[in-house]
Design a protein around this ligand. Structure first.
Ligand code: F6R
Length: 607
C-alpha cells in the first residue's frame, strides 16, 4: 500500500526518487520521505501530506547524492504524521518499508530492553533498529538484513542504506511486491515497475524470502538460504502516456473513457468466428475446465462485485453452481471444498494481500485448479495461479477502479463461455455472445455519450448526504459498485439494495432528501423493478433511473435516462458506465481529491 523506491546511480538520484514516488502515489499519499547518502551522513527529509510537498522541500534544499531510498505512505500503524513517515532511522541505518510487521510489539519490547528508543508509532521502525543491532555484530548491511528478516513475521518490502556503505542499497521481500530495475550505470528497487517507467524497461521480480544488494554497476539476489540465485529479467514497456493524464482532468476520467479500448484489448485474440477459442486461460485450461463441477470466486471491493455478476453468468451459461466470497473472510470460515471446484481470484493489481492469502490457502486445499483474472501480468497472483487471464486494461492509476472492473467482467464472460464450451453446454448462446462481445466496445462508446445528460442530474445529488442505489438480479452487484464509487470519491454515504428488499426496511429512509438511483434494463425482472420504483414514488422519493426503452417508468420527481440498446447478458457492463460517470462528476462538483480519495490506497498489500 505504501510505495518504496531506491536508487544507486552515477548521477544524482534525489529527483529520480521523487519522480518515482509521484508515480506510486496511488499506493498511499498521507506522508512521504527520502534518505540520501552523503559524504559522511545521511540526509533524511520527511513531510506530512502529498509527495509534491516533499518535492517542494527538495527543490529548496537541493541535496546531492548518488544513493538513496524514498517512501510514500498509507498509514496502517500510527496516524499520518511527520514522525511516522519513512525513512526511519536507527543510528547509521535508514530504511523504508511497505507491509505490516505482525510481531512488532514483541520485537519492540526486546529492542527497548536492549536500549533502543522509538521515535514513531509505526511497526516499521523495529526494522531500522533490528538492522542496526545486527550490523553491530556482523559489520555488514547485507549480513544484517539476512539476520533481521529471520526475526520478522508479516509482510515486507524493505530497502535500507547505511552510512558506511556509500555505494550499496540492500533490499528484502516477503509477501509484499518488490523488484529491481536494471539500468545502465544505475540500478533501482521499487514496489511497482510503474515507479521506474522512465528509467528502465528491464525488471527482476523478487520472490518471498529474497534479499538483494544493489549498486550502480550490478545487483545480486540471495534466496531464503542466503545462497546467490539468478532471477529472470523481464522486459516490460510501460507506455509513458499510460501514466499521464493527457487531456483529462483526472486519471479516473481518462480511465472511464479508455473503456472501449480496454474491453477490446481484453477480448482481443480470444474469440473465433462462432465460439470462444480453446485454452485462452493457458495451455491445458480447456481440459481442466471439462472437469469443473463448481466455482469458488474470491476477491475484494470492486473485484468482488465483478465476481458477483460472474455468478449469474456461470449459472446461466455454464450451468454450474458458483460461490462468491470476500477474500478477507473466505479462509477464516474453514470452507468445505466440494470435488471438482475451480478456485478463481479476481484482482486488478494482483497484489491485494487478502486475495493473495486466500489463493495460498486454497493451494493447500483440494481444489481442482486455481485461476486468476488479473490486470498486472507480473503480479504475485498471476505468477502463483495455475491459469490466468490478463485483462489488458493498461495501468489503472485512479484509486477508484473503473476500466479494471469492466474488463474483469469481460474476462469473466470469456471464462463462463470457455467452461460452457468444455462442458458442451449452450452452444447457440455462445455463438450469439461472440457477436455481442465483439460489438461491446461500440456500445460502451455510445454509453459514454450520455455524459451531458448525466451532468444535468449531478447538482441534485452533489448537495445530499446520502443516496440509495437499487437494482435487481445481476444489476444488484452493479448498483453495489455504483454506490461504492460514489462513496469512495465523493464521501456521500451510499447504500445499495436489491430493489425487492426495499419494503423490508430501507423504504423508511425515502424522503425528498435522499436521491434514489436505479437501474432498469429490459429483462424478465423489469416489471417487478418498476413496481419497486413505484413504491419509492409513492413515498415522495426522487428517482434517477437508467433504463431501456421498454422499461420506462413515468417520473415526476427526478430523471429517466435512456440507455443504448444492448445485449441482455452483457448489459451489466454497459450499465456500469453511467454510474461511474455520475460518481465522477458528483465528486468533481464537491471538489474532492478524487484520484486519491482520503484514507484509501490503490493496491492494498496489507491484510
Ligand atoms: C474500489 C477499488 C477497490 C479494489 C479492491 C481490490 O474502487 O478499487 O475496492 O477493487 O481493493 O483490489 P484489486 O482488484 O487490486 O485486488
Amino acid at each position: 500500500m505504501c510505495g518504496i523506491i531506491g536508487a544507486a546511480s552515477s548521477r544524482n538520484v534525489g529527483k529520480l526518487l521523487v519522480q518515482g514516488l509521484h508515480k506510486m502515489e496511488y499506493r498511499g499519499y498521507d506522508s512521504a520521505g527520502i534518505a540520501l547518502h552523503q559524504k559522511d551522513n545521511i540526509f533524511n527529509l520527511r513531510t506530512l501530506g502529498k509527495v509534491s510537498l516533499l518535492e517542494d522541500e527538495m527543490i529548496e534544499q537541493r541535496p546531492k547524492s548518488k544513493l538513496g531510498i524514498a517512501h510514500t505512505r498509507w498509514a496502517t500503524h500510527g496516524k499520518p504524521s511527520k514522525k511516522n513517515a519513512h525513512p526511519h532511522e536507527s543510528g547509521e541505518v535508514n530504511i523504508v518499508h511497505n507491509g505490516i510487521i505482525e510481531n512488532y510489539l514483541e520485537l519492540k519490547e526486546k529492542l527497548v530492553q536492549a536500549g533502543y528508543t522509538f521515535e514513531s508509532e509505526t511497526d516499521s521502525e523495529v526494522i531500522a533498529h533490528l538492522l542496526h543491532q545486527h550490523f553491530q555484530s556482523k559489520g555488514d548491511l547485507l549480513a544484517a538484513m539476512h539476520e533481521a528478516i529471520k526475526e520478522l513475521d508479516g509482510a515486507f518490502a524493505i530497502a535500507a542504506i547505511h552510512i558506511k556503505d556509500k555505494n550499496r542499497l540492500v533490499v528484502a521481500r516477503n509477501k509484499s511486491p518488490l523488484l529491481i530495475g536494471v539500468g545502465l550505470e544505475e540500478n533501482f528497487a521499487a514496489s511497482d515497475p510503474l515507479a521506474l517507467s522512465q528509467l528502465t524497461n528491464e525488471f527482476v521480480f523478487l520472490e518471498d524470502g529474497d534479499v538483494a544488494e544493489i549498486t550502480k554497476e550490478s545487483y545480486q539476489v540471495f534466496d531464503r538460504k542466503n545462497s546467490p540465485i539468478s532471477r529472470d529479467v523481464t522486459e516490460i514497456d510501460i507506455a509513458v502516456n499510460a501514466v499521464t493524464k493527457g487531456e483529462y482532468s483526472h486519471f479516473m476520467e481518462k480511465e472511464i473513457y479508455e473503456q472501449p479500448n480496454a474491453v477490446a484489448n481484453t477480448i482481443d485474440g480470444k474469440l473465433g468466428d462462432d465460439d470462444v477459442l480453446d485454452n485462452i486461460f493457458g495451455l491445458g485450461s480447456s481440459e481442466v475446465f471439462s472437469k469443473i463441477k463448481r466455482i469458488q470466486f474470491v476477491a475484494c471491493g470492486t473485484s468482488l462485485h465483478a465476481g458477483k455478476v460472474g455468478r449469474f453468468w456461470f449459472e446461466q451459461i455454464a450451468k454450474i453452481p458458483c460461490y462468491v466470497d470476500f477474500a478477507s473472510e473466505y479462509r477464516y470460515r474453514d470452507p468445505l471444498v466440494e470435488e471438482g471446484t475451480l478456485f478463481v481470484t479476481i484482482s486488478q493489481s494482483g497484489e491485494t494481500a487478502d486475495t493473495l492469502a486466500a489463493l495460498r490457502y486454497a493451494q493447500e486445499k483440494d481444489y481442482l485448479s486455481t485461476l486468476s483474472i488479473c490486470n498486472v501480468p507480473t503480479s504475485s497472483l498471476a505468477r502463483e495461479s495455475e491459469h490466468v487471464l490478463f485483462t489488458n486494461a493498461g495501468p489503472e492509476i485512479g484509486v477508484a477502479s473503473t476500466k479494471a472492473f469492466t474488463t474483469q467482467l469481460a474476462g469473466l464472460m470469456l471464462l463462463a463461455m470457455s467452461i460452457a464450451k468444455s462442458l458442451n453446454k449452450d452452444k447457440q448462446n455462445r455463438k450469439k455472445l461472440v457477436h455481442e462481445l465483439r460489438n461491446l466496445p461500440k456500445v460502451i462508446e455510445e454509453t459514454l455519450k450520455l455524459s451531458n445528460e448525466i451532468l444535468s442530474i449531478v447538482p441534485n445529488i452533489a448537495d445530499k448526504h446520502n443516496a440509495l442505489f437499487l437494482g435487481r438480479g445481476m444489476f444488484f452487484p452493479i448498483v453495489q459498485e455504483g454506490a461504492l464509487k460514489l462513496k469512495e470519491i465523493s464521501y456521500i454515504h451510499a447504500e445499495a439494495y436489491p430493489a425487492g428488499e426495499l419494503k423490508h426496511g430501507p423504504l423508511a429512509l425515502v424522503d425528498d432528501q435522499i436521491p434514489v438511483v436505479a437501474l432498469s434494463p429490459e429483462n424478465t425482472l423489469t416489471e417487478k423493478l418498476v413496481s419497486n420504483l413505484e413504491e419509492v414514488k409513492a413515498r415522495g422519493g426522487t428517482l434517477y433511473v437508467f433504463g431501456g426503452e421498454k422499461a420506462k417508468i413515468k417520473i415526476e420527481r427526478g430523471e429517466y435516462i435512456q440507455m443504448p440498446e444492448c445485449s441482455e447478458l452483457l448489459a451489466p457492463i454497459i450499465y456500469t458506465i453511467p454510474l461511474q460517470i455520475l460518481a465522477y462528476h458528483v465528486a468533481c462538483q464537491r471538489g474532492t481529491d478524487l484520484d486519491q480519495p482520503r484514507n484509501l490506497a490503490k493496491s492494498v498489500t496489507v491484510e
